[in-house]
Design a protein around this ligand. Sequence first.
Ligand code: AMP
Length: 362
Amino acid sequence: MTEIAPGRMIGILGDGQLGRMMAIAAAEMGYKTHIFGQDRHGPASQVCTKMTVAEYDDKAALEKFAKSVEAVTLEFENIPTKTVDFLEKMVPVRPGRKVLEIAQDRHIEKSFINSLGVPTAPFANVESLSELGDAIERIGTPSILKTRKFGYDGKGQFKITSATQIDEAWSEIGEQPAILEGFVPFELEISVLVARGVNGDIEAYTPVENRHKNHILDISLAPANILTSVSNHACDLAKKIAEQLDLVGLIAVEMFVANDGDVLVNEIAPRPHNSGHWTIEACLTSQFKQSIRAAAGLPLGSAKHHSNAVMRNLIGDDINHWQDILNHPEMSLHLYGKKEARVGRKMGHVTRLFPLDTMPKV
Ligand code: AMP
């Protein structure tokens, strides 16, 4: 194993809050960071050692970036695979192309997950209005039409409750390749974060419950209030996915838990995840440090939590409550340095710890 020694530079693709928290973790561990992104004043630009502002197809900029770093990691999965191919000729990219290719397309993603024997909601590929008609016949309603690519926080999705909505649904998602997914009447939504190192060592964080508001993550409760058997099963599924992807880095696996305890995988994100922010205060190794360890080829740290935690996102105007939050000495406030508090924009988060085996009623 070639370990990248502290003092060297790690490259991060993406300049948002995840890149910011990765760069902060890297700095704590003695690494320098070089951010490659498009926003000169983005959250990560304020805390990194070096920043390149360029598009992902700017080969000259990519080459210079690759030559300045020992390894590259990323804060979002929609980096063009061509960019990764280009970089991989010069420097290790962790996670690599195969993982991104799968995570960028819902059809490829769900087919891959099913091929491992891991269940998802039933789904059908939809490339045209007439294929949507066939899919509705097969999957039934209620169901959700989701664009194959670039969907997040409920964007690019349309819930179909009756076959009469077919034209509206197809037009709403922009008449582009999609999947139709059966609606899962879940009891709760959880996510499992798994880190995997270059040696194949693997660490799973305890599953957390995620609650959404307007399709955006509102709070994460760690650990999720589920039976130990369900929790172990969810961790096993997430580890299996990480192993079969041959992942080096982090992956968040979002899942639905049905009321009979059945677990279905919804989607994967091969990077630090919003539902893992609680790990900064509550775990022996935060998700951000873990991502840097994996990228640098270091052994992983323990994912064990020493406290329970509730993490709440500060969306849009929520950031105006920063003083109230600071008046609670037990709350940890994280702000991302974004200038404008637009509706639906993640501006920061707050974490509160609780003793193990206790959890507030939220
Ligand atoms: P996604 O972009 O796939 O993560 O979906 C966003 C949110 O929509 C999820 O967190 C769920 O709350 C809901 N959702 C997505 N797919 C389904 C489904 N098949 N059944 C029920 N709810 C879903």
